[in-house]
Design a protein around this ligand. Structure first.
Ligand SMILES: [Zn+2]
Length: 412
């Protein structure tokens, strides 16, 4: 059988949303379309008439989209999805008026998640995260980035990286990208010696398991100088930088990200226009986390201002137990439109092509020949409903790497 023979065919697509700039006006919709995959890759995406002449493999899987819309699988480029423990009570206390800092001082916040997560072995971490990732793929996410940061001690951090790899090996879950986030919670002891260990040992050991390194650059967490020392050391271990920047205050994180040509700077609620222009000039993707911004009640993420500055924009869930427990990229698209000044088309691009840029992945997020065949088949004939139907079940089926993902078992 030819390696180019078609193994999967999705026909009768009402709106094929390619997110391909070559298709004209965003988000690059083709009506009456089809997608054909040879193995993991798209062999053809476009008008259904273009299927003629393609060689079909024996046993080609045919999917009838029944006139519904099809979009690229979402790329969720910022999550903390591997955690143990429960912070529902804290959520209720915060809703009743307790502040984030007040809760942290009482032993809640990140410290509570670290206490629950750090002792767990890899299998326990995988079991805890699996239902979250099952919900993600059921909602159309085909690639998810997962950060460490709930270990503090190096061995616990490495187990979180191993759990992320194991989750991504399961074809019924999204593909995973691992980020080492050693500077997240603050250790109870000497922070200087903690930082020494991260730079001298942690980065080397994490370097073989993670693609990116990240830090929480914020008042009450880690300073610009501390983050900068770690990012500088990370470069020699092949770990490209991402940064939690200017989320709760104007911490200087965005400028630090720009100085280091970080792959992304995330949150940015308190970034100035000069910060956003620096990110655009550095080629750093600005990642909007509208769910976390909404839960925390601060200013919305600067979506429109990032676009006006000329930056590439991504949207992610920030899925985490403290400030945004959501696995839904369609909901984040809705929130980005409602709160961050993006149009539905801009938000969809940010959730697909933008997310891929936020992970420096050039093989997904756009539907065209040669790209990975990661698709979300919608339950509606209009892609616009992703943004319009807040929290609606807009995704009917998902294809990851050219294979239909079975109905994912979803449990609480
Ligand atoms: Zn985060």
């Amino acid at each position: 059988m030819s390696p180019d023979a078609i193994t999967l065919l999705v026909r009768n697509v009402g709106e094929l949303v390619t997110c391909d700039p070559a298709r004209g006006e965003a988000p690059g919709v083709v009506r009456g379309a089809a997608v054909a995959a040879a193995g993991e890759r798209i062999a053809y995406a476009g008008d259904e008439s273009g299927l003629r002449g393609l060689a079909m493999a024996d046993g080609v899987v045919e999917v009838d989209a029944a006139g519904m819309a099809v979009v690229p699988g979402f790329v969720d480029c910022h999550t903390h999805a591997v955690w143990l423990g429960d912070r529902a009570e804290e959520y209720a206390r915060r809703a009743a008026g307790a502040g984030y800092e007040e809760i942290a001082a009482a032993g809640g916040g990140i410290a509570a998640t670290i206490a629950a997560t750090a002792p767990a072995d890899t299998a326990t971490l995988v079991a805890a995260a699996r239902p979250r990732l099952a919900r993600m793929i059921a909602a159309g996410t085909t690639t998810v980035e997962i950060k460490t940061g709930y270990g503090l001690a190096l061995d616990a951090e490495l187990r979180q990286l191993d759990a992320t790899a194991a989750l991504g090996d399961d074809p019924s879950l999204p593909a995973t990208v691992a980020t080492y986030l050693p500077l997240h919670g603050v250790p109870p002891g000497d922070r200087r010696s903690f930082l020494d260990e991260v730079c001298d040992v942690g980065l080397r050991q994490a370097g073989a398991r993670a693609r990116f390194v990240d830090a929480f650059c914020e008042a009450g967490a880690w300073t610009v100088a501390e983050c900068e020392r770690m990012l500088t050391a990370a470069a020699s271990h092949g770990l490209r930088p991402k940064l939690h920047a200017d989320q709760r205050s104007h911490s200087g994180g965005a400028m630090l990200a720009a100085r280091h040509h970080a792959v992304s700077a995330d949150h940015l609620e308190h970034a100035t226009d000069a910060d956003l222009q620096a990110l655009a000039a550095a080629g750093t993707v600005g990642v909007l986390l509208p769910g976390a911004a909404l839960v925390l009640g601060g200013p919305p993420p600067p979506g429109r201002r990032l676009l006006e500055a000329g930056a590439t924009v991504a949207i992610a869930t920030d899925c985490n137990p403290g400030t945004c427990w959501s696995e839904s990229m369609p909901l984040m698209v809705s929130l980005a439109v409602a709160t961050s000044g993006l149009t539905p088309a801009q938000a969809l691009l940010a959730a697909t092509r933008g997310g891929a840029a936020g992970l420096a992945l050039d093989d997904r997020g756009v539907l065209r020949a040669g790209m990975r065949c990661d698709l979300a088949l919608l339950s509606t004939s209009r892609w616009l409903d992703i943004a319009y139907h807040l929290g609606g079940p807009v995704v009917a089926a998902v294809i990851r790497g050219g294979r239909m993902v079975g109905p994912a078992p979803v449990t609480a």
